[in-house]
Design a protein around this ligand. Structure first.
Ligand SMILES: [Zn+2]
Length: 444
């Protein structure tokens, strides 16, 4: 499979400068979940738009309206749409990323200033908030664009871009934008899109390499539902010495209810839930068998020998294909005045599952590109969480969507000391460009 050697060389020769650009992006604290940083999110959006423009991309900022956060009405950061290339003979790829980040401060336990990119020359780590989630991956696309512009090479495909600034805060406004752009057909910015490539390490899903060794392509997401159970009883806080064994106690009832949901071995006790997912085909089982993953990887990741199975395939299917039920917290005490005891199961949020055809040319191209850059076949993975935008693109555009992770399993997005390995950034940039050539070759 061919990608111009000069492109790969350009990426290597300019690696330090590319890391500096990532540093500029990290330095803008574009925290979408903190209203006091809203102007920084806007600044980051404009910075990104300027970068795209300087690399020859036609852009448009889309106002997504306002929303309320912490009792304050705030303008939503804009979506940045972009397009480059209008050759009807070429395949058109839509790329998604997000330019906002999670909160971070040194007092959370960071070893370095989170909004100053630190290049650790010993470990090769690029440490800073947003390095892996999701500024590094976005910069990867900029690196590809810059290389082609500087070398006078035309891109092997037409490219469309959709970048948002609210991903870490529920992607407000984005679904409507995507569906309305898709509905505009020829007049919309997504006209002619043949497939979507998402290079993200998003919240809700650890869409990274499974470990620190083997690249992966992700073709499925399990989806998620949150429920809240409320049990209320007495009208006021009661002293257990004065009222214990005289009245029904909400916490006792709540613990009983929760014990009926899931068994310690992970079996879901609610009738019918486990039956909703049919068993795997032998072809699907073979994918799990082939994953570069061991029981020990799980033990290392959680820091204790507490896995639900000693069998690698059983264990990984628990994450990638079967339903799971986690209890996330329990809270006691009187909150409102309510006289009657009542239990309420309310569905407070849901995100649908998604699965893609991994035999599609989009995946084949990503596989070939991975093999060319990393000299290794990628793991085919599904993930336990959800990335809502994946399903929105798949449904509104009716095209194949690929999740192509750039980071590794130990990057620590959303956590302290978030990092992206230099090799993942630089080789990952080569991977993105090589993937574009592979798509062009596969769709000739
Ligand atoms: Zn995130």
């Amino acid at each position: 499979m061919s990608s111009p050697l000069e492109f790969l060389r350009f990426i290597d020769e300019n690696a330090d400068r590319f890391i500096q650009r990532l540093g500029q992006a990290v330095a803008i604290p574009s925290i979408s979940g903190d209203g006091t940083h809203r102007q920084d999110v806007f600044k980051m959006g404009s910075w990104l738009e300027d970068q795209l423009k300087s690399l020859g991309v036609e852009t448009k900022q889309v106002d997504l309206g306002k929303h309320t956060m912490d009792d304050q009405e705030l303008p939503l950061p804009p979506a940045i749409l972009g397009r480059i290339g209008h050759d009807p003979k070429k395949t058109t790829i839509l790329v998604y990323g997000h330019y906002d980040v999670q909160p971070a401060s040194k007092s959370d336990g960071w070893d370095t200033e989170p909004f100053e990119l630190v290049v650790d020359s010993e470990t090769g780590r690029l440490i800073g908030r947003g390095s892996t989630d999701d500024k590094g991956p976005i910069m990867g696309w900029l690196n590809v664009l810059e290389a082609h512009k500087a070398l006078g090479l035309s891109l092997p495909v037409n490219m469309r871009f959709c970048f948002e600034g609210m991903e870490e805060s529920g992607s407000e406004g984005l679904d409507d934008l995507i569906t309305s752009e898709a509905a505009k057909g020829k007049k919309g910015w997504f006209d002619g899109v043949d497939c979507v490539c998402i290079v993200v390490n998003l919240s809700q899903s650890d869409n990274y390499w499974l470990n620190t060794r083997t690249p992966c392509l992700t073709y499925g997401l399990r989806g998620i539902k949150y429920f809240k159970v409320t049990v209320s009883g007495p009208a006021r806080d009661l002293h257990s010495g004065a009222f214990g064994r005289m009245v029904h106690e909400p916490m006792t009832d709540l613990v009983l209810l929760m014990s009926k949901l899931v068994a310690p071995d992970g079996t879901i006790l609610i009738p019918g839930v486990d039956d909703m997912v049919p068993g795997p085909s032998s072809e699907e089982t073979a994918i799990y068998d082939a994953l570069d993953y061991s029981v020990q990887d799980v033990v290392d990741a959680v820091g204790a020998p507490i896995t639900l199975s000693e069998d690698k395939t059983t264990l990984i299917m628990g994450r990638m294909r079967f339903p799971s039920l986690s209890l996330h917290g329990i809270e006691g005490g009187v909150r409102e005045t309510q006289h009657e005891e009542q239990a309420r199961f309310g569905e407070s949020a849901r995100r649908k599952p998604w699965i893609a055809d991994y035999k599609h040319w989009n995946y084949e191209a990503a596989k070939k590109a991975t093999e060319a850059v990393y000299k290794k076949s990628p793991d085919l993975t599904r993930e336990g969480g959800s990335i809502p935008v994946t399903l929105t693109f798949a449904e509104s555009l009716g095209v194949n969507v690929l999740l192509l992770p750039m980071g590794r399993g130990d990057d620590g997005a959303h956590s302290t000391n978030e990092k992206l390995d230099r090799s993942n950034f630089i080789e990952g940039s080569k991977l993105l460009g090589t993937y574009l050539y592979a798509v062009a070759a596969a769709t000739e």
